[in-house]
Design a protein around this ligand. Structure first.
Ligand SMILES: Nc1nc2c(ncn2[C@@H]2O[C@H](COP(=O)(O)OP(=O)(O)OP(=O)(O)O)[C@@H](O)[C@H]2O)c(=O)[nH]1
Ligand SMILES: [Mg+2]
Length: 442
């Protein structure tokens, strides 16, 4: 039997309304004790009540009370929500009273109960955690789809396909004298192969959804004085990095988190790359090169008014946009012509703003391509990737072995790997990790 828990679900600090949620077997009893309403609360009806201290009988606040009778509630248990006036004093007094009657919830404990009472699967719970943490509109859309169970539906379809294949095989395990008929053998392989294709596609595209969840890492690199820090400040709309006409101003990596066209982006300004004997500058340049190598996209920036460096670190044109800054310094209005490092350069001036608009639209296109939010459900976490990779390995192994028992064993393993994603098998050790992501009150 679980105990009764409570937490403030919204409106911390001074706000119009604070919602306090209580869940567990003692909800009805607690309601009788802390409200002035003595008869039973009908589920899903709003009541205006006085909230009272059961010992001193003092009125603490007037609240709107909503009661949900389990299992038709968020957690699957009896739940009550107290919509209180959102001042710290009200919350503190109600909390003091509730602590004598039940206990404060741990982070994610309400959602964990919902999962344990089969109100949602693990991927939906993760979707809810992402929705609560969403900072951009596209993150919100992705999280909402996962919370609504779209990903779990796809996994369930895969699992039932495997179950059918396995059932066929198992029928023959019971009759060791009979060979698996050729046609059935082909049919099972057809199922497995189509699943292999689906999972490979998911692993491929899933990389993008993971980026949308975690943020696209964009670095700005180039020689000193090209205007890298100026670009960071322009994109971030604040003076995050120092700008000066001294070559070698930026030494460390300066990162800002931002919402770029709805995509979550981590933008990193770096030290100008050049030959240097200065130890601090050398360390800065090493960090700049590491940052360049770790980025999803690099904005490689040169000064259009000076000559291009010849010994620049290796760059991957597929993950780079080449910018020629200080176009305002060119007399002939930026006639660059031809490709540099196998890329068509984008001329602009951070100072005057010329060329910036078309650069931004190219950047938006590139970032959209990197994340390419798709309407189909996608894996969003490393945990999903691991399970899918396990599943894929088992499926591929089943295609290689002849012995029916071994094939069945592989398919069973593949099914368990999918079951682990939705949380229906063998995940006890995972739950603490998943639910500790939540805030208290969810
Ligand atoms: N004329 C002109 N000057 C610019 C432009 N963008 C930046 N600058 C100037 O160029 C100088 C260097 O700019 P920064 O942004 O500090 O250059 P950086 O690439 O970060 O330089 P380091 O940190 O030394 O590697 C500053 O004086 C800027 O004001 C531009 O588009 N046109
Ligand atoms: Mg700089």
């Amino acid at each position: 039997m679980t105990d009764t828990i409570f937490a403030c679900a919204s409106g911390m600090g001074r706000s119009g309304v604070a919602v306090l949620r209580i869940s567990g077997p003692k909800v009805s009893k607690i309601l009788q004790e802390i409200t002035d309403k003595k008869k039973d609360f009908e589920p899903r009806r709003a009541y205006l009540c006085k909230v009272i201290d059961p010992v001193s009988r003092e009125t603490i606040d007037h609240a709107l009370v909503l009661y949900f009778e389990g299992p038709a509630s968020f957690t699957g248990e009896d739940v009550v929500e107290l919509h209180l006036h959102g001042s710290p004093a009200v919350l503190s007094k109600v909390t003091e009273v509730l602590l004598t009657l039940c206990r404060m919830a741990e982070p994610g404990e309400f959602t964990r109960r919902a999962f344990e009472n089969e109100k949602m699967d693990l991927t939906a719970a993760e979707g809810l955690a992402d929705l609560l943490a969403a900072e951009t509109d596209l993150q919100r859309q992705q999280a909402l789809r996962q919370m609504e169970g779209k990903f779990a539906e796809m996994l369930e379809a895969w699992r039932s396909l495997l179950m059918r294949a396995l059932a066929h095989l198992e029928a023959y395990i019971d009759f060791p004298d009979e060979d698996l008929p050729e046609s059935l053998d082909q049919e099972i392989n057809k199922y497995v192969k189509s699943l292999v294709t689906d999972i490979e596609q998911q692993l491929d595209h899933g990389q993008k959804s993971q980026l949308l969840r975690d943020g696209v890492f964009i670095s700005i690199v180039g020689p000193p004085n090209a205007g890298k820090s100026s670009l960071l400040n322009m994109l971030g709309k604040r003076d995050a990095a120092i700008v000066s006409d001294q070559a070698g101003t930026t030494r460390d990596v300066v990162e800002i988190k931002m919402d770029l066209f709805g995509y979550p982006v981590i933008l990193a300004d770096t030290a100008g790359i050049r030959q240097s004997d200065d130890n601090i500058e050398k360390e800065g340049i090493k960090r700049a090169i590491n940052t360049l190598q770790a980025s999803d996209l690099t904005l490689l920036m040169f000064d259009a008014s000076s000559s291009l460096p010849l010994d620049f670190p290796e760059i991957d044109p597929a993950r780079t946009l080449l910018i020629l800054n200080k176009a305002d310094m060119l007399s002939n209005n930026v006639a660059t012509g031809g490709k540099i490092y196998d890329m068509v350069p984008i001329p602009l001036s951070v100072k005057t703003g010329e060329g910036v608009e078309s650069f931004l639209s190219i950047l938006q296109e590139r970032v959209a391509e990197i994340c390419s939010l798709s309407a189909s459900p996608m894996m969003t976490r490393q945990r999903h990737r691991q399970c899918l990779e396990d599943c894929l390995r088992a499926l591929k192994s089943s295609l290689k072995v002849d012995l029916i028992e071994l094939r069945a064993e592989d398919l069973r393993y593949a099914m368990a790997a999918i079951g682990k994603m939705t949380g229906r098998v063998d995940v006890e050790d995972l739950l603490d990790v998943v639910f500790s992501d939540f805030c208290i009150g969810k």
